[in-house]
Design a protein around this ligand. Structure first.
Ligand SMILES: [Cu+2]
Length: 160
């Protein structure tokens, strides 16, 4: 009887482990801004080696690292006044940042890897989600409403 119990415990443990190995990671993304106090600066892009502590809009993730595999992003636009969106990009070279189109005040989403998935425009208070299978690497999560990326509305996710 003891041996049976041991075997059952071992089987249960193995089942929990295999479930954990294939479970998706759920990341909550808060798309936020400081409302009426917004200062639309243009020097807070990734390639500016920006200090985001001064940003008046941004994306805050519930975790900034995740295991490789399926990742579900649950995004909420917590702004009271602005539309935001959430675009995922591969970021092979953090110093180079993302390709920026100064005339449009936007990231070039046609550039390689610049948009591998997105939660499109969300009205204030609206939510949206996106599931992606991500390999090990560095990813940028950004908002590409005109002016927002350069104002610091981006963050980095490291997939291990
Ligand atoms: Cu935005």
């Amino acid at each position: 009887m003891k041996n049976v119990m041991t075997a059952l415990v071992a089987l249960t443990f193995a089942a929990v482990l295999s479930t954990a190995a294939f479970a998706e990671t759920v990341i909550t993304a808060d798309l936020w801004d400081k409302g009426d106090n917004i200062d639309m600066v243009d020097n807070l892009k990734i390639q500016d080696n920006a200090d985001l502590s001064t940003a008046t809009m941004g994306i805050t993730l519930s975790q900034t690292t995740a295991p490789a595999g399926e990742i579900r992003f649950n995004a909420t636009n917590s702004s009271k006044i602005l539309v935001h969106e959430m675009v995922i990009a591969t970021l092979p070279d953090q110093a180079a940042g993302l390709v920026y189109l100064p005339d449009e005040l936007k990231v070039d989403e046609e550039a390689t890897g610049a948009n591998i998935g997105e939660v499109p425009e969300l009205e204030p208070g609206q939510t949206g989600s996106l599931s992606l299978t991500l390999a090990k690497g560095t990813y940028a999560i950004y908002c590409n409403i005109a002016g927002h990326y350069a104002a610091g509305m981006w963050t980095i996710l490291t997939v291990q």
